[in-house]
Every structure is written in C-alpha cells, then in structure tokens.
Design a protein around this ligand. Structure first.
Ligand code: MSP
Length: 529
C-alpha cells in the first residue's frame, strides 16, 4: 500500500500567553485529525509550536528581569508540557527562536529580496501595538481608531520598512480563491476574504526597526528585524525544509481560527507564490487548505483578560480531573466552533454532553452488553454463525456500514462533530436494537439462548466498530474498552502506527470466545451537586 502524506498544522502560539482553551482547542482538533489519518494509513506530519519574536515578549521579560529568550523558554515549555499532558501527539514542536527556523527564514527573505518581491520603502499607517499589526484606513475607521482586541487607541506610525509586494498578487489570489473553493474553508470565510481582496491590496511592511534585536535580522541590514508575523508564517515551511521532510510539503491543512485568517489566506499564499518562482523552489507549492474555525466564548461571554473569564489551565485541569481527559476532548470535538458561529464553553453544557453521550449512550450501552455477555455466556462472546444473513444481524451491520460512511465523510470535511455524531448514532442504533429484540427477556427461555447469542454478537460487533471511530477523539477510554474485549488494537496504534481502519471496521471481526470484562463504568454518570 502506498501511503499518502498528510501534513496538518496549528497556528504557532504567542509565548506571552499561558495556554488556554483556545490554543488547546485548535491543537486538540488537529490531534484528532492526525490520529484519524494515521488510523486510515496516511503518513502524518502534525506540527504545532510557539511564535516567539513578538515585541511584547521583550517587554514582558524585562518586567520580570529576564532575557527575552529565557522568558520564551519558560513559556514555550508551558505549551509543550500542557500539550503532552493533554494527550496531544504532535510530530514536531517548532519554536521560532530556534536556529533551524531562523536560518531558513533568512534564506526565504533573501530570495524575496532577490526577486524584487521585498523592497525598502517608507510606511505610515494605523498601528495596533497589542497585535503588532497595521490596520487599513477603512478598518481603523470602522473600529473608531481603537484596537478591536484590547480597545487601546491605534497609533499613527511612520517608519522605514521593508515591504512585501502584496499588491502585485491580487489577481493571482482572486483566481486561486475563486477557482479552488476548498482553499479557504468554511465558505463564508472564503467569501469574506474574496470581498476584502476585491477592495484592493497594499504592499505590507515586513520588518521593524529601532527596537531590540529580538527577532530575525533582515539579510544585509543591521537595523531591521523581520516582522513577527512574516517570521511566524514561515514556520510551516521551515520545519519541513530538509531532505527527509520536504515530501510532506505542501501542507494539507493549516488549521487556524478566524482571527488570523487574513495572514493565512492572503499574505501566506502570496509569499509562497513569490518564493516558488525562484530557481530550486519548484517544490514550494501552495498549501491545500486554510481552515478557519470560530471562537469559544465562556459561559455566554467573550473571553478576555479584563473579564478574567478565560478557560485557563486551572479550569482545564479541573475539567480533566472531574470528568477525565477524554471527556474534555469529546466536548471540544463535538461542541466546538468548527463552523462560522462561536461556541459557548459552559459548565451545564459540558455536563449535559457528558451525561447524554458518554455516560448514558456509550457507557451504558457497553455495560449493558458486558452485563449480558457475563450473565448468559460466562463473559465470552458467544459463538454464532456470523454469516447468518438474518434480519437481525443486518440491522446492526447496516447501521455500522452507514455510520462508517458518514464518519469518513465528516472527517474528510474536517467536521469532528459530525464524526462523533456518526459514531454515537451507531451506539444509539445498538441501544434501539436491544430495546427491540429484548435479549434479557429471551434469555429466560433456555431454548432461545441461540437467539440471544446472535443479538449479543451483533451488539458487541457494532460496539467494536463504533469504538474504532471514536478512538481519535477519546483514545484513553476506547483503549480501556478494547482491553476488556481482548482486542489488541492499541499495540498497532502505539508509536503512531496502524493504517487498519478499513480492515478493523469491516463487519464480522469479533471472534467468538473473546472476553468481555465488565470493569468500571467507562464514563460514570455525573451527578450535579
Ligand atoms: N502567533 C499567532 C499565530 C501565528 S501562526 C503563523 C497567534 N497566536 S495566538 O497565541 O494568539 O493564537 C491564536 C490562535 O489560538 C487562534 O487562531 C486559534 O487557533 C486559537 N484561539 C485563541 N483564542 C481562541 C478562542 N477563544 N477560541 C478558539 N480558538 C482560539 O495569533
């Protein structure tokens, strides 16, 4: 089997912030997709990391009597530790202060200088110091000359700058977006971008001067460092610009949120287009897709520092301790803002999702099946003629086939919520089947034990298939279910292996005689205090 490459990235996060639910969300969704792609047999490269050369890092470090590097080290480590603790299995973690990134960025910028796409000029405009971003006049006016992020007044700033000739790429970008509807998703976001490009593109400053030397120098100029956003975007390329990794490029998906869409959907593809023209750079193709999800808000309110209502690490840990890591991953995946509306991270909603889907549906269904297998068949999956094309087996089999198809489509559309739903539909179908066939009543008549065996086999087999679909989202509890059922899938999946999705989700794999240990409830029901 030839394996396709699948490269998925998250934004690289500013080291000035402590990790919060927003960072964890994008990274968790990328992790779910990466796990799914490993499961179906792709050769996956999943990248996350930290964006370190922001000017505010220097200030924050100084306030603490630290060097920028020391402060960045501390905070990058906080991101790395958090992701590791929360089950994220990224393949690399890029830090923009690493030499491997800095040398590549200088190379790219030098090539853009050579091609004339980067030039020295002068700029004056409205600057949002918190975001380190200039706003076009129209936007500045719309926001009443205040930062849309922290409401501080925009500053009128004039500086000598290196510019990237974005203005040259308007037509190329429009054509790219119009001819290739999958390039920016969701569609509404794509339309926004197209609308803004049609208003006209200005060249963008890509350097800053006069400050500290925290950053990557513009080649051949001691005064200027590369503007943090340009430096940051290059991470996606610099990390794989080596002989052993170049084949991963172009990235399949840059997963981001709506706040940083402009940089990814406009500036980034324009820079790639410019770079690609340089001899030897033919491999630098455009990425496959920019997917911009929406935001989490918290208990009905926008999360903000001033409100102090961030779902921060402390709160995240509280949820993990109370409900388990898989419960958090499931909530983020099933209720998250992958579409164009924001989602509310509210405790009541979390508990409701947990109890409805995980405790009452998945947990209950598995303990019901386990109970009956233990009571009627000594804890062993009963022997049945699995080929029995009986109507009963078809109910579960058909539900499984449909669920797998729906699930595959949802994962392809980057809809982890749809994928969760497809798997849960199958579990609900198993419940419906149990209600309908009533094996616990049949079992009262010893003559009907053969029928009970068929029903339980079908249930356990369908549950097995649902569990495989759920693994990318809730790997921990699914692996516990597998070990109860004597399935050794976890061993194949260890060390980022597998490729067995199709084989494993084919009906009829469960062997008679396999055990079904009861164990603790997979997801104990949460009693609201
Ligand atoms: N450093 C830049 C990105 C450079 S990428 C080349 C940056 N960093 S950030 O730390 O501010 O992270 C922004 C990203 O964090 C968003 O795009 C999104 O992925 C995630 N989120 C931050 N807040 C969020 C929510 N409230 N909800 C969901 N995700 C959010 O911008």
């Amino acid at each position: 089997m030839t394996r396709s490459n699948y490269y998925i990235s998250t934004p690289i996060y500013y080291v000035n912030d402590r990790p919060h639910i927003g960072h964890l969300y994008t990274t968790t969704i990328a992790d779910v997709l990466a796990r799914y792609h490993r499961l179906i047999g792709d050769s996956v490269f999943f990248l996350t990391g930290t964006d370190e050369h922001a000017a505010k890092v220097v200030d924050a470090a100084a306030e603490r009597g630290l060097t920028a590097q020391a402060w960045a080290d501390q905070n990058a480590k906080a991101f790395q530790d958090t992701f590791e603790r929360l089950g994220i299995e990224n393949d690399d973690f890029i830090r923009t202060s690493q030499d491997r990134h800095k040398t590549q960025v200088q190379k790219y910028v030098r090539q853009l200088q050579d091609s004339g796409d980067v030039y020295l000029g002068e700029y004056e405009g409205w600057y949002d110091a918190g975001q380190e971003e200039y706003l076009p006049e129209s936007k500045a006016k719309e926001y009443e000359y205040k930062s849309p992020f922290n409401k501080k007044p925009l500053v009128r700033k004039k500086e000598k700058n290196y510019f990237f000739k974005l203005s040259k790429y308007g037509d190329v970008l429009l054509e790219l977006l119009e001819k290739n509807p999958g390039f920016v998703k969701p569609d509404a976001r794509r339309n926004e971008v197209i609308g803004r490009i049609r208003e006209g593109l200005n060249d963008v400053p890509i350097s800053r001067s006069g400050g500290s030397d925290w950053g990557i120098r513009i080649p051949g100029d001691e005064e200027h460092v590369i503007y943090v956003w340009i430096d940051a975007l290059f991470n996606y390329l610099s990390t794989v610009d080596s002989d052993d990794r170049r084949a991963f490029w172009p990235a399949d998906v840059h997963l981001i949120a709506k706040d940083i869409l402009w940089f990814h959907a406009v500036i980034w593809p324009a820079m790639i287009t410019a770079l690609q023209k340089q001899p030897g750079n033919e491999w630098i193709k455009l990425p496959g897709q920019i997917y911009a999800h929406s935001f989490w808000i918290s208990e009905g309110q926008k999360m903000s520092k001033s409100m102090g209502n961030f779902i921060d690490l402390e709160k995240i840990d509280h949820y993990v301790q109370t409900f388990g890591l898989d419960a958090l991953r499931y909530f983020l995946s099933s209720n998250g803002p992958m579409g164009t509306t924001d989602s509310d991270f509210a405790e009541t909603k979390f508990i409701e999702t947990y109890n409805t889907d995980l405790a009452n549906t998945l947990g209950n269904c598995s303990s019901r099946i386990g109970n009956m297998v233990n009571r009627y068949f000594d804890g062993k999956i009963p022997e049945v003629a699995t080929s029995a094309g009986d109507a009963q087996s078809n109910v579960c089999r058909e539900a499984a086939v449909n669920a797998v198809a729906q699930y595959t489509k949802a994962m392809g559309d980057l809809s982890p919520g749809g994928a969760c739903n497809a798997a849960m539909e199958l579990v609900r179908a198993i419940d419906g089947y149990i209600e309908q066939t009533q094996p616990f009543k049949m079992a009262k008549d010893p003559a009907r034990l053969g029928e009970v065996a068929v029903v339980l086999y079908n249930c356990a087999e369908a549950l097995r298939i649902a569990s495989i679909m759920l693994w990318p989202v809730i790997p921990g509890r699914v692996e516990s279910l597998w070990s109860r059922m004597g399935l050794n899938y976890a061993a194949s999946l260890a060390n980022k292996g597998s490729g067995q999705f199709e084989a494993w989700t084919t009906w009829g794999q469960l062997a008679a005689g396999a055990g079904f240990e009861q164990g603790d409830p997979l997801f104990p029901r949460y009693q609201v205090k």
